[in-house]
Design a binder for this molecule. Structure first.
Ligand code: ATP
Ligand code: MG
Length: 416
């Protein structure tokens, strides 16, 4: 018989189970909890969009659009792209659904995003992001609220230590133009020393040279003119209001005047939460203000600010995955008990208890399964117990066992 080859998992994708899954879940649950505290509504948007949504909002010169998108023609001949991030799709939804009437909107979402990158630790082709956005608020208070949310999330996940908020301003349009011109002049004067990639960036997206990791570029990037001398009074006031708000909210930050975001629509605030615990993949959460985005997608001028974080990178930083929480494992012995156990199990679950059954192998194997599930109690029943109408309830932490009447089980376990 011919051997059938199983197709492999696609490079850069993941199957997530067990401890990794529980780490992942802890990040998502933490985010869902905190975004509620900040009154952010959950939004669901499509996994794929017309290619123009990303090409126009991210800009053709960005790495994401020029090298990383999963773009294909569907059967109708339309060019579609798997979302490489959330912001552009949310902006598109804001325009096409007429959400202007609800502005300002505080929105949160999470799910898979796709980028054709070289897979390595902390870098995948299908990865997952949590994402928070405020659309229709031009005030610096919105930036502060989003950063405070991020800070609280990292704190609640227990990973705030060793993660630093780096903050910068990219100014308003006028500031950015003037700074960009000065940067181009500076980099042009050092053309001979720049890496090939940065020579290319010089034509297409000169700001990006500032965060080049190539050692040949570093001295030139480090000696480039600072944005501060180009800030208009308005841009300067805005940045002062953001930093003042962060100080008032007790959020620690450091200035990184070399921090730029790759996307063309960023204005004013740009930030990253970085750590040195993840090697080259040190940025865990990043974002900023994108006041030009909605207009560049054909909507009315609308301010926006937001961030996204890689769930996998946050999950790697966690000390502990989410604990398994199983209240009880029912352990039946004998055929009659097996049937009765089905009823007891259903009752426990209807009463809101997390419960499972251990029905395979001898008693020792069954108790081992109860332990492996991390259950708090084993509910043991055999012929004797059925005759008496009560089960043996064993506390798996202490080893103590007591009889409990069948109809009092759910109450007893819920109270325990
Ligand atoms: P990097 O510099 O690591 O490529 P980026 O600037 O492309 O990151 P963003 O577009 O800002 O990243 O995405 C927000 C977050 O998503 C990142 O801070 C990171 O945590 C995560 N992320 C980005 N790309 C990947 C990937 N390929 N695999 C896993 N997580 C990723
Ligand atoms: Mg990237």
């Amino acid at each position: 018989m011919a051997r059938i080859d199983t197709p492999n998992r696609i490079r850069g994708t993941q199957d997530i189970l067990g401890e990794d899954e529980r780490r992942f879940a802890r990040v998502v649950d933490g985010f869902d909890r905190v975004r509620r505290l900040y009154c952010f509504d959950r939004v669901e948007i499509p996994v794929f969009e017309a290619t123009a949504v990303f090409a126009r909002s991210l800009g053709e010169t960005t790495d994401v659009v020029s090298k990383e998108m999963y773009t294909f023609e569907d059967r109708g001949g339309d060019s579609v792209t798997l979302r490489p991030e959330f912001t552009a799709g949310i902006a598109r939804a804001f325009i096409t659904n007429g959400w202007q009437q609800h502005a300002p909107m505080k929105l949160a979402t999470h799910g898979p995003v796709f980028r054709y990158e070289r897979p390595q630790k902390g870098r995948y082709r299908q990865f997952h992001q949590i994402d928070a956005e405020i659309i229709g608020a031009a005030e610096p208070a919105a930036d502060v609220e989003l950063l405070t949310l991020a800070d609280q999330l990292l704190d609640e996940l227990g990973i705030a230590d060793g993660v630093t908020l780096q903050l910068n301003t990219l100014g308003d349009a006028e500031t950015r133009e003037a700074w960009r011109a000065a940067l181009v002049e500076h980099f042009n004067a050092h053309r001979d020393e720049l890496s090939e990639d940065s020579l290319d960036r010089l034509e297409r997206n000169p700001l990006r040279i500032l965060d080049s990791k190539d050692p040949r570029d570093r001295p030139i990037a480090d000696s480039a003119p600072d944005i501060d001398q180009f800030l208009t009074p308005e841009a300067s006031d805005f940045f002062a209001a953001v930093t003042g708000g962060l100080d008032a909210a007790g959020v620690a930050w450091t200035r990184n005047s070399r921090l730029v975001r790759g996307l063309d629509y960023y204005r004013h605030t740009a930030f990253e939460f970085v750590t040195d615990r993840l090697g080259a993949q040190g940025t865990v959460l990043a974002g900023g203000r994108y006041d030009g985005l909605i207009e560049s997608l054909g909507g009315n001028p609308t301010a926006g600010v937001g961030w996204a974080a890689g769930i996998e990178r946050l999950a790697m930083l966690l000390d502990e995955p989410a604990a398994k929480s199983v209240d009880a494992v029912v352990v039946p012995l004998g055929d009659a008990a097996a049937t009765r156990a089905q009823g007891i199990l259903a009752e426990l679950r209807r009463a809101g208890l997390a419960a499972d059954m251990a029905f395979k192998g001898n008693m020792k194997k069954r108790m081992a399964k109860a332990d492996a599930l991390g259950a708090r109690y084993a509910v043991i029943l055999g012929d004797d117990e059925i005759a008496k109408g009560e089960a043996g309830v064993k506390n798996l932490a202490t080893g103590e066992q007591q009889p409990v009447a069948f109809d009092a089980l759910a109450k007893a376990l819920n109270a325990a």
